[in-house]
Design a protein around this ligand. Structure first.
Ligand SMILES: [Zn+2]
Length: 300
């Protein structure tokens, strides 16, 4: 039930430390075998890929998102080839690839233009599925994108080959800092709060979860996890027949590591306590940067 988030960059030989995310790196496609080989041997079952394009030419449409030579598509193909048993998911969004750093097309006034955005996001998701992704995970929260992706997958004959995991309840959180550092993806102006939920928005979160199940999501995700355990519990009730994912995000991971480094608690004990609380709330799949350590700890 652990899925390991990894950052794939467009320098094929990269292995670059991410300072704010202890132990995590940005990887190039050529390094995936030596990086993941030992983990797969230890029992790693699934990963989710985040593209970190540092050298591409970004535009307002996010064209490099599904460039056949881009890091995500190359990494999907490579991982499928290297590790036949590994479940490969791919985050789908445009913000890493747009010149303005927002998740979709913009109106002249800078607000998101939903219709073309959703169309483009679906196109990218289908292209990841075509490359071999077992799961596509749209992280933008826009109305209609789950339905559009599902339609796209069905039309491409991939409806029964690719799972759709929706970031359904994604809160505007202070805990995304290290991820933005890792992905180099802070928006160039404004923020993404207009399409992420305010921390108090329980009702909106519940509606978004229902919306995504109705639009055809196969897996529901809540993000971040630890401060939103009540939302995970709500999702477990609202969508009892769906696998329920939660993302222990970069800042949660960094927080657990920092507390341990400061002598507040033992790292392993706290890492277990944090994910066990998510399981208790109803999560059946946990995206966590602790995955490599859990492979050791659970084995010991
Ligand atoms: Zn985005």
């Amino acid at each position: 039930m652990l899925m390991y988030p990894i950052f794939i960059t467009d320098d094929p030989d990269a292995s670059v430390e991410i300072k704010t995310l202890p132990g995590q790196r940005r990887w190039g496609v050529n390094k995936l075998e030596e990086f993941l080989g030992p983990l797969v041997k230890k029992g790693l079952k699934s990963v989710i890929l985040f593209g970190v394009p540092l050298n591409c030419v970004k535009d307002e449409f996010g064209t490099p998102a599904d460039d056949p030579q881009g890091p995500v598509i190359l990494a999907i193909k490579k991982l499928r080839e290297l590790f036949s048993e590994l479940y490969v998911a791919a985050d789908v969004c445009l913000c890493e690839y747009t010149s303005h750093g927002h998740c979709g097309h913009l109106h002249p006034d800078g607000t998101i233009n939903t219709e073309p955005s959703v169309k483009r996001i679906a196109e990218v998701a289908v292209n990841y599925a075509r490359a071999g992704a077992h799961c596509v995970a749209p992280s933008d929260m826009m109305d209609g994108r789950v339905k559009a992706i599902k339609r796209g997958l069905l039309d491409a004959g991939l409806g029964n080959k690719c799972t759709l995991m929706s970031y359904s309840a994604k809160f505007a959180s202070s805990l995304y800092g290290p991820f933005r550092d890792a992905a180099g993806s802070a928006p160039s102006f404004g923020n993404r709060k207009c399409y992420q939920l305010p921390p108090t928005a329980k009702g909106l979160a519940r509606r978004a979860i229902k919306r995504d199940t109705e639009e055809g999501a196969d897996i529901i995700m809540v993000k971040p996890a630890l401060p939103y355990l009540d939302i995970i519990a709500d999702a477990a009730q609202l969508a009892p027949d769906h696998p329920l994912a939660c993302y222990q995000v970069s800042g949660e991971y960094a927080m657990v590591c920092a507390g341990a480094a400061a002598g507040v608690y033992d790292l392993q004990t706290m890492a277990f306590e944090s994910v066990e609380s998510m399981v208790r709330a109803g999560a059946t799949l946990i995206l966590t940067y602790f995955t490599p350590q859990f492979l050791d700890w659970l084995d010991a």
